[in-house]
Design a protein. Structure first.
Ligand code: ADP
Ligand code: ZN
Length: 744
């Protein structure tokens, strides 16, 4: 027998190897194997077993890695689709479906020494005091890791060994699972009685699941669960998950990385524990150690965990059979991977659901235009939860015109008088406030008032941000840092009075501390959240009421709900409106709605202040009225007119290199090549080449071409062919992004 193997080095080709007699029966489609490649030994994945090969003198497979096939045939099929649709090398697609910790042979199971009590005979020996103390602990626990015992009893391994010599205990090496949540004490939770809207939604989902179970060739069923913040979507997910388990099926729950807080994970773990209080939920995300990720993944592969909750890449978890996929906050653009393979986890979820006859539920308070459009066209079924549970009211949103607030002031103020007063009120009433600004650092630029010079990053076409605590300027694209100049860096000017402009979260925090010296203020952004536990600590303090005001970036925009927060302030609401991206309005609407949803989750009605320079912009006005449909209709007019997604699908081709002229020239060459072969696409719109919105990033110049059509699968196919034959200068590279989420 011969195995066809896709190697981990991207060669866009597969190679045949012999299966040696010693490995017969162990090599299957999906097995990970080590094979010789020239002088090297390389890892790869078996994609097919064949009888004959076109080549003679095949070399044998060296070894099989892991007792179980790692890539199941179903996941393999999904990886193939990703390679084709997202126009990337099959090896690249295949690599992304296994976590690094599982792919690498090194991080295997961890073995530890365990101490176990043996049955005691009729005569229990009289033990010396120390040994007796150690025994007491063992007797109570029956079994525990040696290390833990030594720490607990404040003793040494030698003392424990003495008990072994007496035949009282056994010390043996066992696999010990690394459980990232071992320290949490999670109390089991019971299903809540649902309100009518929740029940109706759940019934529809269950009905579809039952239908898929009984019909051999069922229709794909994808739902969009549109429910305002706090409408109880999660409870619907939980009960749908329970139904999947009843059917004997497993499930995947995707949440954005940022909302994978212990709080979220706990809600799922609390509902699903088996008899021995063993959790049925495995968690996959980037904050786990490699060992933890390895163990969680294998828990799923072995079927001990039936529900997976995780970020983007958890969509590839080897759950079998799969009954349900949930994508929470489906509009989040972090579901899109920004490096090859540039897949969108929501779209992969829908594809996987179709391939494996699983129901897919997309949930959001602010659905993506793509998903809502699919409902309108009848591709998805719409489920709605229009109201918050427990009759909580939606918060009252006030829009403050910042031009008016700036009148009579020296510069642009951070706080309007209205917001200032509202904060003071909350402090007095001992209620909590969240202030949101999607810009970290102290000030966003350093500018000379005399010559207008702005201090720029030497590698990117972007102004440097001033970070006050560290006393340095930093680039938020490439991470470059430098000292703050004492005079204007323009040699002809050298004005000593340079000025900081534009406020970031550091400055908000500082100004706040001056205005309200007695308030307890905490800041949450990428600068303050460096260690694993920071997040938990700051939120814990806030929940416990040890913090009055929480200032933060998008980190605080979602998922959190604190009953005592009655005020949310959005410092500059229109920052995102001015980005050169057709989704700028959509992003702004989503962000405002999500942030506003943090207010009024308790008994007191919440209040939101939106400070804006364009207070009448539709994205802001519709968010103010919590009016998703109104926003959708207005925004779709614009998308229709310009044929932007979701009316069409887009592909973004970005060329980059160090020589600006060469990059531009290559882009023009590529466009001519495209024009030659794409005539058959009747609805194709080919635009560019144009400099990327951020022309220079990390020292590279970038030019872009955008293609729009409805027939994207066909276009990807054609693009792959063109790219295969295209010759570019050595120092110019091309990246293809199908369905781009970010045009930057
Ligand atoms: P969403 O996910 O839509 O933002 P959640 O599921 O977090 O909303 O629900 C908000 C709060 O309401 C949670 O504390 C949840 O426990 C509670 N809740 C949800 N459904 C019900 C229900 N049917 N009855 C009572 N409380 C509920
Ligand atoms: Zn930079």
């Amino acid at each position: 027998m011969i195995a066809r193997v896709s190697l981990e080095i991207a060669l866009r080709k597969e190679f045949d190897y012999l299966i040696p007699p010693a490995l017969a029966g162990q090599v299957e489609v999906g097995s990970r194997v080590q094979v010789p490649f020239g002088p090297r030994k390389i890892l790869g994945c078996v994609t097919a077993l064949v009888e004959e090969s076109a080549r003679a003198n095949l070399k044998p497979i060296l070894k099989v890695i892991g007792a179980q096939t790692l890539v199941t045939p179903k996941v393999l099929k999904l990886a193939r689709w990703i390679g084709e649709y997202y126009c990337c090398a099959p090896e690249t697609a295949l690599k992304s479906v296994l976590p690094e910790a599982v792919r690498k042979e090194a991080s295997g199971w961890r073995e530890r020494l365990f101490v176990r009590a043996l049955p005691v005979g009729s005569e229990f020996p009289k033990l010396p005091k120390r040994q007796q103390e150690v025994w007491n602990i063992i007797e109570e626990r029956r079994e525990l890791p040696l290390q833990e015992l030594v720490e607990l009893a404040e003793t040494t391994a030698a003392t424990v060994r003495k008990l072994e010599d007496r035949g009282l205990i056994e010390i043996a090496s066992e696999i010990s699972e690394r459980d990232p949540y071992a320290r949490e004490h999670i109390l089991p939770s019971q299903p809540l009685p649902l309100n009518p809207a929740q029940s109706a939604a759940l019934e529809k989902i269950k009905e579809a699941m039952d239908k898929l179970l009984s019909t051999p060739n069922p229709q794909p069923s994808t739902f969009l669960l549109h429910g305002v913040t706090g409408s109880g979507k999660t409870e619907v997910y939980l009960q749908a998950l329970a139904h999947a388990l009843e059917q004997g099926k497993g499930a995947i729950v995707l949440v954005p990385e940022i909302s994978l807080t212990p709080q979220t994970v706990e809600r799922f773990k609390a509902r699903f524990t088996s008899g021995k209080l063993q959790t049925l939920v495995a968690v996959l995300h980037s904050h786990l150690s490699a060992g933890e990720r390895h163990d969680e993944w294998h828990k799923i592969r072995q079927g001990r965990a039936r529900i997976v909750i995780g970020a983007r890449s958890a969509i590839f978890a080897p759950v079998e059979p799969l009954g349900l996929i949930i994508v929470d906050e489906e509009h989040e653009h972090t579901y899109k991977q920004e490096e090859a393979p540039r897949y969108h986890a929501r779209d992969v979820a829908i594809m996987r659901g179709q391939m494996e006859s699983a129901v897919v539920v997309l949930g959001s308070a602010t659905p993506s235009l793509e998903s809502y459009y699919n409902c309108k066209r009848g591709k998805f079924a719409l489920l709605e939860l229009p109201e918050r549970v427990d009759d909580q009211k939606m918060p009252h949103v006030r829009v403050v015109d910042m031009h008016q607030a700036a009148r009579g002031e020296k510069g642009i103020p951070i706080f309007s008088p209205q917001l200032k007063e509202a904060i003071a009120q909350r402090l007095e009433r001992k209620e909590q406030t969240i202030l949101f600004l999607n810009r970290r650092g102290y000030s966003t630029s350093l500018q000379c008032p005399k010559c207008g010079e702005v201090v720029q990053c030497p590698n990117c076409s972007l102004a440097l941000t001033f970070h006050r605590q560290e006393q340095k300027l930093a680039c938020h694209i490439c991470g470059h840092t430098e000292k703050v100049p004492s005079v204007c860096p323009n040699v002809k000017c050298k004005n000593p009075a340079i000025r900081f402009a534009g406020a970031g979260t550091q400055r908000v925090e500082e100004t706040l501390a001056k205005l309200f010296p007695n308030a307890r203020i905490k800041r949450m952004d990428a600068d303050t959240m460096k260690r694993k536990d920071d997040y938990r600590k700051v939120l814990g303090d806030f929940r416990a009421g040890r913090t009055d005001i929480l200032v933060g970036t998008q980190m605080i925009a979602k998922g959190l709900h604190f009953p005592n927060v009655t005020l949310v302030g959005i410092i500059y609401a229109d920052l995102a409106l001015h980005q050169p991206d057709f989704r700028a309005g959509e992003r702004t609407f989503q962000l405002l709605t999500q942030v506003a949803g943090r207010a009024g989750r308790g008994d007191v009605e919440g209040e939101v202040f939106v400070q804006a320079f364009a207070p009448f912009h539709p994205a802001i006005q519709h968010a103010r009225r919590h009016d998703f449909i109104g926003f959708y209709e207005q925004e779709m007019e614009f998308r229709e007119q310009l044929k932007y997604p979701p009316v069409s699908r887009a592909a973004l081709l970005t060329l980059k290199g160090h020589n600006e002229e060469k990059v531009k020239f290559s882009a023009e060459h590529l466009k001519r090549e495209l024009e030659k072969v794409l005539g058959e696409f009747k609805d194709l719109i080919l635009s560019g080449p144009a400099p990327a919105p951020l022309l220079r990033a990390e020292t590279f110049y970038r030019f872009q071409i955008m293609l729009r059509t409805r027939a994207m699968s066909k276009l990807s196919h054609t693009l792959a062919k063109i790219i295969g034959t295209l010759t570019l200068p050595d120092d110019v590279t091309l990246a293809v992004d199908i369905d781009p989420a970010d045009l930057g």
